[in-house]
Design a binder for this molecule. Sequence first.
Ligand code: URA
Length: 433
Amino acid sequence: MIPATILKKKREGFELNEKEIQFLISGLQSGEVSDVQITAFLTSSCINGLTDSEIATLTFAMRDSGKKFNFRNINRPIVDKHSTGGVGDKLSLLLVPLVVPLGLAVPMISGRGLGHTGGTVDKLESIYGFNIRPNDEVFYDLMEKNFCFMASQTADLAPADKKLYHIRDITGNVESTGLITASILSKKLVEDLDGLMLDMKVGNGAFMQDFDSARILAESMANVARKTGLKMRILFTSMDQPLGSTAGNWLEIVETMDSLKGHYSSDIRILTERLAAGMLILGGVESDLETAISKVRKIWDEGTAYQYFEKMISTQGGDLEKSYSLYNDLEEENIVCDFEGMITQIDTLYIGIAGIMIGAGRKNVDDEIDYGAGIIFHKKLGDEVKKGDILATVYYNKNRDIQSAVQLIKQCMIISDGNNFKMPKLILDEWVI
Ligand code: URA
């Protein structure tokens, strides 16, 4: 097959067949299809869209690009959670230690930051010594010992997604229903899951900015899940402001620990409870939301989930104490409020972009991250503010000029009289597939 002929066909708006998509994905791995050629495919897919059949074929080709796990010897339901991406979204880190003590096993393969959104892998990498790329033996050992692991894609787990993810990130080809579906589900389908809880982010900080586009993405994911028999619940949740009170890798680890110890913001608590309850129902451990939520609350409030978090981190080589010392010489700058009023809008996409500007995310695939860089938000949507109040604090490495990022964050936090302000709903809908 000739790559250019397939690429022209896609650019002209025609549907690619199974063989053509499989050729592009296997060619990407063998080198027969170059990164430039795959970029042409990604760009045409973003512009012209992908049909349901193209999305399913792409997902399966990406899933089959590497090896698959087999956890059938684990005597527990195997359930995972994935978010479509947001700013300050650290919920995966809270969920694993909440649901594992309640009877699930969670083999979580996560991604790095994508576009303006953060990634669980980058957050975990901010922990001193944490082994984000265990080998096969360790993966199975962790599942047997801890009933969970949190890891990055290794070279042989959906490697085609790993490559496409990076190329999409640096070529501005992220926001495509089909590409997001294939990326998320190819990774999840190698995990040998009984169920997948999907957090579908909707709002000005999500890839899907309104409910209609989120619904289209959800339908696309549901179509592929049905073809494989994967049970899935999709919770549509608001991303109209950063989640919780931090955005930035190490800061989000600290917020996770604080939250599990009982110092949480209400959005974190509400969403985590709902997602954890959904996971328990998917795994068949509970049958109704109310009971599932009360079990989650108990394990959270008794401190069991926090203890499990520590155990999970240390078993994967992480040292939380030592991590603090990596980040104790950061500079900080406060963003001060100039007016009295109410925070009525937070431009979350640009907060994510400001995060990249201060070093918390990547502009290019090989960029080093400043794991300590990030933002603490002291004020959130609906908060009353006065002149002189601190809206947010930026933490950064002293070698970095952050002035344009500081200005950007300030412009993102919009203050008005609040007369017509309506707090966006945190949970918009839930689908059971
Ligand atoms: N998360 C992923 O893993 N892939 C995407 O494309 C978007 C969010």
